[in-house]
Design a protein around this ligand. Sequence first.
Ligand code: ZN
Length: 246
Amino acid sequence: MLWGVLSDIHSNLEALEAAVDRLASQGAEGWLCCGDIVGYGAEPNPVLDRLRGLKNIQAVRGNHDLAVLGRMDIAWFNEAARAAVEYTQSTITAENLAWLKELPPRVDAPTFTLVHGSPRNPAEEYLVTVQQFHDNCSYFKTSPCFVGHSHLPMAFLMSEPVSYVDHGPLTPGQVIPIPEHTRIVINPGSVGQPRDHEPRASCGLYDDGARTFTLNRVKYDVDAVQKKIRSAGLPEFLALRLAYGQ
Ligand code: ZN
């Protein structure tokens, strides 16, 4: 089966539509979402409506989703992130809030694991170093383990029994083979707020039969999203950063 892999959508409808269109055209029949569906952007409800309508969707909650639910202390969030949480809380529908509430912290499926930050600490850890990858390997059973949170498309792969780790950022069109009996963590990057200095939406296609993952970058209408962020009264920084992929 082909899965579209999405993470960190952050209430950016244009980016989500572009990613879904691209991955559907490549044959995606199911969808995996690593959380942070809301926060930062101006359209939490249209994004949640669209995501909930996707066939075979499996999703986990992120720290911004938890913040909107009032289940995470936002004292450490920066001012802009906090403003977006408050905006989301004031606009989200009861139905979408109820759906968000039901999201699990992780999904352990036969052909993949799904978390937001890391398998060891799904809500908070940014898994970005080889040491962290090593430390997290005993916390998931099925590979690939898809993570989000850092907004950086990257992969870590360890062949067993040799514990050599291959790792690095993922480039558009790059195909990662996922041999059986390897430990692999893949971050598909962020759909709605990429931070690798590349503004295009980041997402991936996972083929659980051929065991490959392909990274995609998709252009979307950044101008339109910036206008919506400004007219929602959200901080200017949240609009500006989208153009720079930061
Ligand atoms: Zn995020």
